[in-house]
Write a protein that binds this ligand. Sequence first.
Ligand code: FUB
Length: 312
Amino acid sequence: SRNLIILIALICSMQTSMKAQNPIIKDIFTADPAPIVYKNTVYLYTGHDTATVKDTNYKMPDWHVFSSQNMVDWKDHGTLLSPKTFAWAEGDAYAAQCIQRDGKFYWYVSTGHKKNAESGGGMAIGVAVSDSPTGPFKDAIGKALITNEMTKDKKHGWDDIDPTVFVDDDGQAYLFWGNGSCKSVKLKKNMTELDGPITVLDIKNYIEGPWVYKRKGNYYLVYAGVGTKPEMIEYSMAKSLQGPWEYKGIIQENVPNSFTTHPGIVDFKGKSYFFYHNGTLSTGGSYRRSICIDYMHYNQDGTIQKIIQTTE
Ligand code: FUB
C-alpha cells in the first residue's frame, strides 16, 4: 500500500505540472492575444509591453509569436514583426491578429501612420504576409489597408485599431475593427484589398478589441466592453454577419490591475479556450500586461457561460 500511495502522489504531481499557470508568459509583458490553430499547434500572436513601472502610456515596440502543442508549454519565436516592417508606419504596435488562408499567413496589425500623402497620421491598419506562421513576414501591400481618413465616424485619431478577420463558410472574408465603434468591411479573396463600403455596426457597450467567429450556425462578436470601468469582456450574437447583433452580456468581469482587456478564442483538441490579458505579473499594470488563458463553456442555446479568472 506504500507503493500505491507513492504512485498516487506521483500521478497527482504530474497532473499539477501539466497545468498552465496564469499568466502563461512570465519573462516579458504581453498583451492583446490572438491565437490560431495550425497543424495541431496553437500559434499565439501578441503585443509586447515594454513601459517601465513609472510610464503612464504604452510602449509597444513589436509583436511576438509563441506556440504550444499542449496549452501549457509555450515556445517564444521572438519578435517576428514590428512597425518598422511597414515603411509607412511609426509608433506603437497595438493589437493584431494573424489568420491562415490558402497556405499564406496574413497578420493584420494596428499601428501609427506617418504623416504623408496617404494619411494625416493617427492609427491605421496594415497587413503583413508570410508562407509560414512564424515568418518571415513582409508588408503585403506597401501601404495601410485602413487609414484614419477612410472611416467617417472619426471619434479620434486612434479609432482605427484592433483588427480581427473572419472568413465565412462561403469564402467571403471580413475585417472588423475599431475603438469607440465597431466597423466592418468585406475583403477580396487576396485578403489585402477592400471589397465594398465600410459599415459601422450597432453593438451595445462596445469599446474595442473585437473577435469574430462562427460556431454551430451562430456568429459571435466578443469585445472589450464598457461594463463598469475598467473594461470587461462582453458579447453579442447574430444569425448573419449583417446583423442584427443581439447583446448577450458579460463573459468576463474586469481583470486585475489593468484597465484594458482583450479577447482571443480558439478550439483546440476538443476544448474551447479564452485568451485575455491582465496586470497580475509582479510589477505588472495597465501598461505592463500579461496574457492568461481559461476554459470557455457554451450553453445548449449557444450562449457563453461566464468565465471565472483562474491562476492555474
Ligand atoms: O495594446 C494596446 C491597446 O490596448 C489595444 O489595441 C487595445 O485593444 C487595448 O488592449
